[in-house]
Design a protein around this ligand. Structure first.
Ligand SMILES: Nc1ncnc2c1ncn2[C@@H]1O[C@H](COP(=O)(O)OP(=O)(O)OP(=O)(O)O)[C@@H](O)[C@H]1O
Length: 234
């Protein structure tokens, strides 16, 4: 695989917290690579460091040591402005809880990142409409979050994450709050998006059957990546 295929890379990433007199080593030298348009799962038991790693990859947090590159640039050495631009333009986030704005309808929620980036309202709404079409919610654009089902809200959250065509989406247990049927349907949606988008996806999930559908799986055990994906003990 040539280096130009690599979009994001973690090299020897560690994270240590000081808890009183104790040092808590949450990540102990994590190495992983995400290629262009690749769908990657990160699995691991509660407390294994998954969210910490995802936050570091999204420059929401700093590693204690090690390097994270995005298109060969060390993202933690960028200026605050450049980091904000990276988050705005190259990155999408999806969380376990949708974090949609209650006072805006689905269309406006999806348009929000484009409006914040300075697009005209008409342009932003048009792109938001196209993205809601893509996630199968053409018929729900005027609904407020409170009038949508859990699965529909998560689709809106995914539409919001991809509306500005980021190169990579980081998703922290995007189906963790959904029943099995809705979880399946969200993963099918993400599979289907592969046909339309060249976006890389990194998912944190507890669900090994969903993880096994991704192109690649990393298993975190006590802050270290272990190779192989076993169906037990996650
Ligand atoms: N600010 C902090 N100070 C001290 N310890 C922390 C801090 N943040 C996280 N931790 C510890 O780091 C460990 C990893 O947390 P993290 O949230 O990354 O795990 P996780 O694998 O995402 O877990 P879950 O699946 O439950 O969300 C946990 O033991 C947590 O208590």
């Amino acid at each position: 695989m040539s280096n130009s295929q690599v979009i994001m890379q973690c090299t020897n990433v560690t994270k240590t917290y000081q808890d009183g007199d104790n040092q808590v080593n949450v990540l102990k030298g994590v190495n992983l690579t995400v290629n262009r348009a690749e769908h990657v799962a990160i699995v691991g038991s509660s407390g294994s460091g998954k969210s910490t790693l995802l936050h570091i990859m999204g420059v929401l947090d700093q590693p204690t040591s090690g390097v994270v590159t995005f298109e060969q640039t060390n993202i933690h050495q960028l200026s605050a402005d450049a980091q904000a631009e990276f988050r705005n333009q190259s990155l999408g986030f999806v969380y376990q809880f949708h974090h949609l704005l209650a006072e805006f309808n689905a269309l406006e929620n999806v348009a929000m990142p484009l409006l914040i980036a300075g697009n005209k309202r008409a342009t932003a709404l048009k792109k938001a409409q196209q993205t809601l079409d893509l996630v199968g919610l053409s018929h729900r654009t005027k609904h407020f979050p409170s009038a949508l089902s859990g699965g529909e809200r998560q689709r809106v959250a995914i539409a919001r994450a991809i509306v500005n065509q980021p190169k990579i989406v980081l998703a922290d247990e995007p189906t963790g709050n959904l029943d099995a049927e809705n979880a399946q349907s969200i993963f099918k949606l993400i599979d289907d998006l592969k046909q339309n988008l060249a976006t890389s996806f990194v998912f944190v999930t507890h669900d090994l059957s969903l993880a096994s559908r991704m192109d690649k799986q990393f298993r975190l055990v006590k802050g270290e990546i272990q190779s192989g994906l076993e169906i037990t003990n996650v």
